[in-house]
Design a protein around this ligand. Sequence first.
Ligand code: LLP
Length: 442
Amino acid sequence: MIVEHERWLKRKDLEYKSDFLHFAGMNLFELAKKHGTPLYVISEDIIRQRYRELKKVLNSEYENNDIHFAVKANSSLTVLKILQSEGANFDCTSRGEIFTCLAAGISPEQIIYTGNMFTNEDFEYAIKNKIMVNLDSISQLKRLIETYKRLNIPSSEYKPISFRINPEFGAGHHPHTITAGKHVKFGILEEQVVEAYTRAKNSGFSKFGIHMHIGSGIINYKDYEQPMIKFLSIIRNLREKLDISFEFIDFGGGLGIPYRPEEEPLDLEGYKNIVLRPFKEFVLSTSMGSVNFKIEPGRYLSAESGVLLTQINTIKNNGYKLFAGVDAGFNTLIRPTMYGSYHHIIPCKLSKEKNELVYDIAGPICESGDILGKERKLPELSENDYLAIMDAGAYGYVMSSQYNSRPRPAEVLLTQGKDVLIRKPETHDDLIKNQLIPDHLK
Ligand code: LLP
C-alpha cells in the first residue's frame, strides 16, 4: 500500500530507495540514528518549491502581489530566512513572532501584525518597530491612536491601517480553525465596517488596507467563493460611502495541503479563478488604480517541508488492539490529539515481505488521547524501528510543549544533500531554568 502512494509521496520529495525512505534525497533511517529521535527534519527545497509555484500562479494573473508567510505555522529562524531569500513577506500574530522575524533580519516593511486581543504593549511594540497593524476591533483603534500620541508620533508618520473583516462565511479542517461567522471572535462584521474606517480617516490615518482570513486547512478552493463575494461587496460599499482607496487588500491564508494519500493537492488554478480573477475584475471595475494583492499562507508553504522522525520502543498487543509505542507524543506534535488530524505515517525502512497489520501509533504521554495515528495498516513493525510522520512542517514544532516534563526535540535542515542542525534539542536543565524556589523552601 505504501508503494501505491508513490506519486503522492514524490510531490513531498519522499521516496523509497533500496527500501530506505529518503527525504530530499537523504536517508531518514540514517538521520534518525545520527541525531536521535524525536527529530524534526525540514527540507529547504520543498519550502522554495511551494513558494515558487504559488508565486508563479499569482504573477500569472496579477503582478502586484505579496505573499506573507504566516509565521505561526513555523517560526524557525532558518525557515524565515529561506522564505525571505525567495522574496516572501510575513504575517505575525504576536510580539514574539515580530521579534523572531526581526532577529532573522526581516525588515519591518515586510511584516503585517495581525493580532487579536491586542494590548497597549502590543501597539507600543509595533509602533516602535515601525510595523503595520491589522486591527481586530473598533475599540482597538482608539487605543492604537492613544499609543501613537503617547509616543509623540505625528499623524503624518502613522503606518497604514487595516481592519480584519469577518465576512461571515468561513471554512477550515476543524471547527477550531474556522475563523469567520457571527459566533467567532475574529474581525469586525459588515455592519461595523463603515464606522471603523470613518473613525480611522477622521483620526489622521491616510493610508488603508483591508483584510479577511476565513479559516485554515481549506483543500477545496470553492470554499473561498462566498467569502470573496461578500468581502468584495463590503469593500465596494466602503469605497462608495467613504471614497477610500486601498494600498492593499489581503485575502488571508488557509490554503490546505493533501495530508491523506487519497487527497489531491489544492487546485491553485481553481484558487486563482475564484480569488484572484474576481479581485482583478473588481479593481478594474472600481478604477482603484494600483492596489497590492496579499495572501498569508502558512501551511501551504511549510507543512510538506517537515517530517517528524520517531522510534518505536514498545510493541504491545493488549488482546484487542495492537499498539506501536513511540518516543514522539502530543507534546511533540499535537495536531492529531487536538483536532483529530490525520498525518500519514510510514516506516523509514520498508520490509515488503512482512505482513501488514493494523496499529495505533501511541506516544509516551500519560493520556489515552496520545495517539499519533489511529488504525494504521503497516508492514509488521518491530521495536527500535523508525517511523516518519509526514507533513509536520506547519503547526508542528510551534505547537509542541514540555508536557510530562519532556524536553522539546531538535530540528535539522536538509539542504543540498547535507543535514544541518538548526535547533538544538532541549535538555532537562531547560525544564527548570526559569523556575525560582521561594526562600522558605530553599
Ligand atoms: N492569517 C491569519 C490571520 C491566520 O489566523 C492564520 C492561521 C493564517 C493566516 C495561516 O493559515 P494557514 O494558511 O496556515 O492555514 N493550529 C491549526 C491551524 C491554526 C491556524 C490559525 N490561523 C492546525 O494545526 O491546523
